[in-house]
Design a protein around this ligand. Structure first.
Ligand code: ZN
Ligand code: MN
Length: 509
């Protein structure tokens, strides 16, 4: 806005269109999440299929056999309405299912039951931390649909020898969330998805740790700055890519970053970018052109004749939402004395927030505990590609208590944590923190234990000792460092400083 208001109107786009520094990235997302119900959307089959063999969670309805009739899962609609409400959407008075017709082997009926011109909800928003402060991302629509089955290509996806079909996933309830093209960088897209994930998990309707529970399609183009506000959507100046079927949170940022580089290079070389569907290859971190446009056909949508419209507005009025991420962030600041940054980190993931809320009160209100979780624990977990749900709550409380009671130093605490996480990652279980402290000999060395080590160091470093005596203060820090090295950080730094100072000063010049 400020850029436009201060400058005269641009007469022609040709000058800015060729200047890359005047370009901006425009991203819109379509997100499919599996709703975490216990049964499928239109039949009673269990959704808990991940550990079972193929085609074991199926029935005549989700196999699409002739003569069967779908029946709506009330819980799934309730979950979807919670999502629509949490995303600040306008809920339609009546919502209707529709058939989307296309032929594909994972779609046994020859059509998908989805929603078309009467979705559950429209025109919502989600506020995120954008590149320049708080940002409102508009939600176009929220609708429900059934998941198709899953194809398993044998012999690689490029040239499979043959393909198997598993219908366990067919009929799992999905929520589809479509955003306006309001995102301006891969980082913003990631932040949006993180906030959305947190919101859905706070609602208790989604489990991000279940494999295959997320699929994202991303629309991305690079346009001259301000073009989007002037021209509006649907009038792509330069071509736009739709990257299909990204199935992880990290994948979205990677796919978008790759696309930006690819499109920028094409623009610089003066190549024309065709609007196209592309496919993200997760293992290589690249997008490739989809071989055909077979999916871009007329889906012949029409209202699903086997299901009646749903009166959703009055239903949603009765739904009460739980505490959502923004509210919990405010509460953590107020109740536990969090800094805004720590509060955002800890409440930005539902599991971490729950982990924290379940700590004993005296540990929870400590700034040291907040720092320990937000910085140390999450950092170590991230490094190992682990989740907070891998950490036994009781073990963590014991570890924090050991540090609080001064049994071990903060530094030793990190060492214990690392050892426990490594054990958990390898074996799925770990020893108790107190056992680890004993095994690694990390119990804090008190005043008496310090003296022999100090004497040893002073004997080894006569030069530093005489430097200190002649008033060189760096020599003191050097000697402290030597003791730290020998004791592997087991000593309390304040105590060490005091004893070292006393020992040196008692020697005289
Ligand atoms: Zn079924
Ligand atoms: Mn869809």
């Amino acid at each position: 806005m400020s850029v436009l208001s201060g400058t005269p109107p641009v007469s022609s786009d040709s000058s800015i269109a060729t200047d890359p520094s005047n370009d901006e990235v425009i991203i819109g997302l379509e997100i499919h999440c599996q709703l975490d119900t216990s049964t499928k959307l239109f039949c009673g089959c269990s959704t808990d299929y991940r550990d079972d063999g193929p085609n074991t969670h199926v029935c005549p309805i989700c196999l699409g056999l002739p003569g069967t009739l779908p029946k709506v899962n009330k819980k799934a609609v309730e979950y979807a309405l919670k999502v629509a409400k949490a995303l600040n959407c306008e809920i339609l008075e009546e919502s209707e299912f529709a058939r989307k017709n296309y032929f594909y082997p994972d779609l046994n009926k020859g059509y998908q039951i989805t929603q078309y011109d009467r979705p559950l909800a429209v025109r919502g928003y989600l506020d995120i931390e954008g590149e320049d402060g708080e940002k409102r991302v508009r939600i176009t629509r929220v609708h429900m649909e059934e998941d198709p089955g899953r194809l398993v290509h044998k012999g690689g996806t490029d040239r499979p020898k043959y393909t198997l079909v598993d219908y366990n996933r067919a009929g799992i309830p999905l929520i589809e969330i479509v955003t306006e093209p309001d995102l301006r960088s891969p980082k913003e897209a990631r932040r949006f998805l993180n906030k959305l994930r947190a919101t859905l998990e706070y609602l208790g309707v989604y489990d991000s740790e279940k494999e295959g529970s997320l699929r994202v399609d991303a629309n991305i183009s690079i346009q001259p700055r301000g073009w989007f506000e002037r021209e509006g959507k649907g009038k792509a100046d330069r071509g736009r890519a739709e990257v299909k079927n990204i199935s992880s949170y990290k994948g979205v940022e990677k796919a978008l970053t790759f696309e930006i580089t690819r499109q920028k290079n094409a623009i610089r070389r003066g190549q024309k970018l065709e609007s196209a569907t592309r496919h993200f290859v997760e293992t290589r971190g690249v997008t490739t052109a989809s071989r055909s446009k077979e999916m871009e056909q007329d889906y012949r949508y029409f209202p699903e004749p086997d299901l009646r419209p749903l009166r959703v507005r009055s239903w949603s009025d009765k739904i009460v939402l739980p505490e959502l991420p923004d509210a919990r962030k405010v509460r953590f600041i107020r109740e536990y004395g969090f800094s805004p940054t720590h509060a955002a980190t800890v409440t930005g993931d539902w599991r971490v927030a729950e982990f924290y809320d379940n700590l004993p009160k005296d540990l929870a209100v400590s700034a040291a505990t907040a720092t320990w979780i937000a910085d140390t624990l999450l950092g170590e977990l991230n490094y190992r590609d682990m989740s907070i749900s891998d950490v036994p709550h009781g073990h963590f409380i014991e570890l924090i208590t050991l540090i609080r009671k001064d049994t071990i130093t903060d530094k030793s605490g990190v060492e214990v944590l690392r050892s426990l996480l490594d054990q958990l990652k390898e074996a799925g279980s770990c020893e108790k923190p107190s056992e680890c402290v004993k095994r690694l000999n990390l119990a804090k060395t008190g005043g008496e234990g310090l003296e022999p080590v100090i004497s040893e160091v002073l004997a080894e470093q006569p030069q530093a000792v005489s430097d200190y005596a002649s008033g060189k203060s760096e020599a003191f820090n050097f000697l402290i460092g030597q003791v730290m090295k020998k004791t592997r950080g087991r000593v309390d730094p304040t105590e060490l400083n005091r004893v070292m100072r006393e020992t040196l000063d008692s020697r005289g010049p």
